[in-house]
Design a protein around this ligand. Structure first.
Ligand code: ADP
Length: 508
């Protein structure tokens, strides 16, 4: 019993301490829990703030997404429009027919440009209207639209200037007039200019009120009308140049016809001239032969002694008759070659040997004047197909002239060489005589042409030698020309083709 009472005493003694300890523990637990609660509250607040921020961001994202969608829609529309514009442009710029341009536009996908109503009107020279392209417009509307546009000074002035009119930029008054006229709510009206002249206009409109005309739409319609104007301009220029070409061709045809008629006439006249010369020459040759024959008989003295004075006269008759015979023969030859009655007898022949032969024939005349005669022949000079006697006559005429027009102790040079590709042989007769004037050079080959100079005053000539030489060279398909300088000398050149086809000689 004593032990039990001492336990209770101990308990009573330590009770306040225990109580204090318990209170301390409870206080400690309470403080700690309160801290946690505060911490949790702070975290909750933070969480709420984050949720709010997230909510705001979500709202921004949704808004941006909506805007992006709208922008995408606009962009798609613009891209479609540009694509359609590119296709229409390609279609209209690849034709040079004015009507075809509008037909192609009409059958193209105009609606894909983003407008519902289209109208392209042009005015004719007589001020009447021409409806070229339309989408969703009927005949009855056209006339009123055209007259109103034409008669509204403000609209006409803007279009004339090349400006466009758009529902989003024009004055309220103009917008009301045009929306009512075209029965749309939004529109772009652009001029069609050709060479800076107003030819008509292009209208593009949309009925929806929600749709606003953007700068891009204005640009699209303006580009289309510019390109239409350009295509019309190109087509008109092409038509003009085509017509001019046709006219020119007609004129050329007409002129060619006139020229060939003139050529035919000249050929007939030339033939008549040849026939006449040939006939007269033949008629003259017979009595001339008799005159020469009688003079020769008389000169022999068989018909009685001839006094010296008579003999001198007879010799003159003989000499003049010889000159006349030469002239007649030359004339006959020219007319024969001209009329083709002399067929050239082509044979392969070397020109140097031919020149040697001519030198022999003319050497007495050269000796008389102490002429220095030089022949230069190119090594491996090709042979040519020629009528030997005819080309010999050419050389005799040229070298004979050179002797005639070169003073004593002068030099005559004959050059013979082939051209670069060895297709032609060039023959030249060059002298150191009285020479020729440049402007006379071509005339020397005309029949009967002789230069007025001291030699020609004393020496008789016919003026036919060079004309005959020209005919012969041309009959060989060659060319002949002269050059030189007065008082310094002359040069006569002619060519002969190396290849010539052989023809049988026939003389008419
Ligand atoms: P012709 O010698 O009978 O007058 P041609 O037809 O042979 O006739 O010559 C025509 C003219 O050309 C000559 O009258 C002369 O005026 C000029 N002529 C020709 N050869 C020469 C030459 N080598 N030098 C200067 N003049 C020449």
């Amino acid at each position: 019993m004593h032990i039990i009472s001492s336990n209770w005493e101990t308990i009573y003694r330590f009770a306040p301490v225990i109580f204090l300890i318990i209170i301390g523990i409870l206080f400690f637990l309470f403080v700690e829990r309160n801290d946690k609660v505060n911490e949790l509250r702070a975290n909750l607040k933070k969480l709420n703030n984050s949720f709010d921020e997230l909510d705001d961001q979500a709202k921004i994202i949704i808004k941006t997404d909506l805007e992006l969608n709208k922008a995408q829609e606009k962009l798609d529309k613009r891209l479609n429009g540009l694509d359609a514009l590119q296709q229409i442009s390609r279609l209209i710029s690849t034709t040079l027919d004015e009507n075809e341009i509008f037909e192609r536009m009409q059958s193209s996908h105009l609606a894909e440009l983003g407008f519902e109503r289209f109208l392209l009107l042009t005015s004719n020279k007589d001020n009447t209207v021409n409806c070229r392209v339309r989408l969703d417009f009927v005949d009855e509307e056209i006339s009123e639209i055209y007259t109103t546009i034409k008669n509204t000074a403000e609209i006409s002035a803007l279009l004339q200037k090349g400006d466009y009119i758009s529902s989003s930029k024009s004055s309220q008054e103009l917008k009301e007039l045009l929306t009512k006229l075209f029965k749309v709510n939004n529109f772009v009206l652009t001029p069609i200019l050709v060479q800076n002249e107003l030819l008509g206009f292009l209208f593009a409109g949309i009925q929806s009120n929600a749709f606003n005309i953007t700068e891009g739409d204005e640009e699209l319609v303006s580009i289309l009308s510019d390109q239409t104007g350009q295509a019309i301009d190109n087509a008109r220029l092409f038509e003009q140049s085509y017509n001019a070409k046709q006219m020119l061709e007609l004129k050329v045809q007409e002129r060619t016809k006139q020229l060939s008629q003139a050529l035919e006439d000249v050929q007939v006249i030339s033939q008549n001239k040849s026939d006449f010369i040939s006939a007269v020459s033949h008629e003259l040759r017979t009595p001339l032969t008799s005159i020469k024959g009688y003079a020769a008989i008389l000169m022999t003295g068989k018909l009685g002694t001839i006094p010296e004075k008579v003999s001198e006269r007879l010799e003159k008759i003989n000499k003049h008759s010889d000159n006349l015979v030469k002239l007649i023969n030359d004339l006959l030859d020219i007319s024969r070659i001209e009329s083709g009655r002399v067929k050239i007898k082509f044979l392969q022949h070397a020109i140097p040997s031919l020149v040697e032969n001519v030198q022999d024939i003319l050497s007495p005349q050269m000796k008389k004047k102490d002429i220095n005669f030089v022949v230069n022949v190119e090594e491996n000079c090709p042979k040519v197909m020629i009528d030997v006697s005819q080309i010999e006559r050419v050389f005799i005429n040229l070298i004979g002239n050179a002797i005639k027009f070169t003073p004593k102790n002068g030099t005559i040079t004959v050059n013979i060489s082939a051209n670069k590709n060895r297709e032609e042989l060039l023959c030249s007769v060059i002298d150191t005589g009285i020479g020729i004037q440049e402007e006379e050079a071509a005339k020397l080959f005309n029949e009967f042409y002789r230069v007025e100079n001291e030699v020609n005053q004393n020496v008789k000539g016919t003026g036919l030698g060079l004309a005959l030489a020209k005919k012969i060279v041309e009959a060989h398909s060659g060319k002949i020309w002269a050059a030189g300088q007065l008082r310094k000398g002359s040069a006569f050149h002619f060519t002969l083709p190396v290849e010539q086809k052989t023809e049988e000689a026939t003389e008419g």
